[in-house]
Design a binder for this molecule. Structure first.
Ligand SMILES: [Zn+2]
Length: 245
């Protein structure tokens, strides 16, 4: 049984490396994904601003047309003033001209607003388009970095997986599966000693008969509390020789 225990300890060591690399592999693209997320968000903002620019440009064209039209009308009415004969006609005409002036003032205010809006949009768009280009370059660089680093890590992982395969020869598949889960869920320790009838993994006091069974080493025995595989550790007065992988 000592041989199985040794194998399990070695397997545990390999598993811990494997889990660590797997976690790293998951972490590697995180920054890149965040950059991509920012890129797409900026792309959407730019598209919205382009649409807004188009809308404002069209609006400005319409406003200019209205302005031209109103000016022509005003000139027409002003030309008619000389031909007027009655006070009533004069009043009607001047009132018409006053209305046009009011409309012109409104149009000019709209025109001013649209122009200002367009100016802001242009400034923003220039800045954001530059930023988008920068982000694109950063992402391209990061992608290279990530793929290189991932490949290295994958190579390392493959090495451990191969070692795992070798060490697993002669061990029950079901046991390996169970052991992996224990190592993963129990702080990286899947095999632990009993000392003074206590499980050193969870500090549970175990019945003497149970401890005897572990001591006999007829079969693998799991801690009823923490599920770790147990082995009996002769009491040693000196330092602890606990779960050294
Ligand atoms: Zn335990």
């Amino acid at each position: 049984m000592q041989k199985v225990y040794d194998k399990l300890r070695e397997l545990q060591h390999i598993l811990l490396n494997e889990f660590e690399i797997e976690a790293e592999l998951e972490e590697i693209p995180r920054e890149l994904n965040e950059l991509k997320r920012r890129f797409h968000k900026l792309e959407r903002t730019i598209a919205e601003k382009e649409a807004s620019k188009k809308h404002n440009t069209e609006l400005l064209e319409q406003v200019s047309k209205d302005k031209e039209e109103s000016k022509i009308n005003k000139e027409k009415y002003e030309g008619q003033i000389k031909l007027i004969k009655t006070q009533k006609e004069y009043e009607a005409l001047t009132s018409e001209i006053a209305q046009i002036d009011e409309k012109l003032a409104q149009i000019e205010s709209e025109e001013f607003e649209s122009m200002q809006e367009l100016e802001t949009l242009d400034t923003d768009l220039e800045k954001q388009t530059g930023l988008l280009q920068e982000l694109k370059e950063t992402i391209a660089g990061k992608e290279k970095e990530v793929s290189k680093f991932s490949a290295e890590k994958q190579k390392e992982l493959d090495k451990y997986l191969k070692e795992k395969k070798t060490i697993s020869i002669g061990l029950d598949k079901e046991l390996i599966y169970k052991f992996e889960k224990i190592v993963k869920n129990k702080e990286g320790i899947g095999i632990i000693s009993i000392k003074n009838t206590v499980c050193m993994g969870c500090n549970m006091l175990l019945p003497p008969q149970f401890v005897n069974n572990v001591r006999r080493e007829d079969e693998l025995i799991f801690c009823p509390n923490c599920s770790r595989i147990l082995y009996y550790q002769q009491e040693e007065p000196a330092e602890e020789i606990a779960f050294q992988p």
